[in-house]
Design a protein around this ligand. Structure first.
Ligand code: 4VN
Length: 319
């Protein structure tokens, strides 16, 4: 029987920091409003770097930390809804940049749940015995999908990438997993970025992210809380919960609803905003780097992604 484990983590964010104060100069908003309603104080914004550029930085760091050669990788999965292009995939661009000639590579689109969905997928390649090791990366340049005249959405998101090296293990590290989708509620969050194509001319397709914030917020509180609680009831209490970083108030409310101490809910959206599929792996990587999460095989981490689709999903992993 083969098992999978996360052996290394890495993240990369663009250099440029855009504060709430900066945003208040280009739209009718304020630091007071953004930070009290969302917890976000600043975000990183790409100046010319594409999603694959961010993902390649993460991939190179994962290889450096592990000591593996690019040729040893069996797969590269990139979770993104802001790919450089649909074809080639962002993952194929990463594969080429690394020279990972033995790896198959593809993108996976599940919005803010993308990293959790991709990690669940990658684990199966290892568990089935068909793959030994590979990279799972969440990467977004969300700034290119935002309507910078819409203060309801533009202030919420940021750019960045994070990822893990997943490899074969003799013991079980994936303790529980459950993924969900409700495609009937897709209108709560949508976006379409390829309107330059004449096919879309004369249609009402909107190129920018649109979000019914209240509805997404309520869905998260009600449905995602319930799913996390259900996992904990069956599989036990985690040491830390790494939830998608959409809004700090979500963490406060979820902690109460689930009945766990708020300190167990890690947060970094203050510095990065909502980075969609990148938010959980950036959070994981930062907390490994600062010593909060030692990779010692004893840390029970509950990863919870939720967002557009609607999609949501939870993984309880031992790291
Ligand atoms: C989960 C959530 C959000 C989200 C929804 C709404 C929202 C984040 C609207 C109300 C506004 C403050 C900001 Cl909860 C987004 C995703 C998708 O990544 C997932 N912020 N807000 C206010 O207070 O008026």
């Amino acid at each position: 029987m083969a098992f999978a484990k996360i052996s290394h983590v890495a993240h990369y964010v663009p250099e440029k920091i855009v504060t709430n104060e900066d945003l208040s100069k280009i739209m009718d908003t304020s630091d007071g409003w953004i930070s009290s309603r969302t917890g976000i104080r600043s975000r990183r914004i790409s100046t010319g770097q594409q999603t694959s550029d961010l993902a390649i930085e993460v991939a190179r760091d994962l290889l450096a930390k592990s000591g593996y050669a690019a040729e040893e990788l069996d797969f590269i999965l990139v979770a993104t809804i802001t790919p450089d292009s649909n074809m080639p995939s962002t993952a194929a661009r990463v594969q080429a940049a690394l020279g990972a000639v033995n790896a198959f590579a593809f993108d996976l689109a599940a919005a803010c749940s993308g990293f959790v969905f991709a990690l669940a997928t990658a684990e199966k390649f290892i568990k089935s015995g068909t793959s030994q090791k590979g990279l799972v990366i969440g990467a977004e340049v969300f700034s290119k999908a935002l309507d910078w005249t819409d203060r309801r959405t533009a202030v919420l998101f940021g750019d960045g990438a994070g990822g893990v090296l997943l490899e074969r293990s003799e013991t079980e590290h994936f303790l529980a997993e459950k993924l969900y989708t409700d495609g009937s509620k897709t209108g709560l969050e949508s976006g379409m970025t390829t309107v330059a194509n004449p096919f879309y001319q004369g249609t009402d397709v909107n190129p920018y992210l649109q979000m019914d914030g209240r509805a997404i917020f309520d869905f998260t509180i009600k449905t995602v809380s319930k799913s996390v609680k259900a996992m904990i009831e069956v599989s036990g209490e985690p040491d830390y919960l790494l939830l998608h970083q959409a809004n700090i108030r979500i963490l406060d409310i979820m902690a109460k609803k689930i009945g766990l101490p708020r300190e167990k809910f890690l947060a970094n959206m203050q510095h990065y905003g909502n980075t969609s599929a990148a938010s959980i792996p950036i959070l994981l990587s930062e907390n490994v780097a600062n010593g909060t999460i030692p990779i010692n095989g004893n840390q029970r981490l509950l990863l919870s992604g939720f967002g557009g689709g609607l999609t949501w999903g939870n993984i309880l992993v031992l790291m």
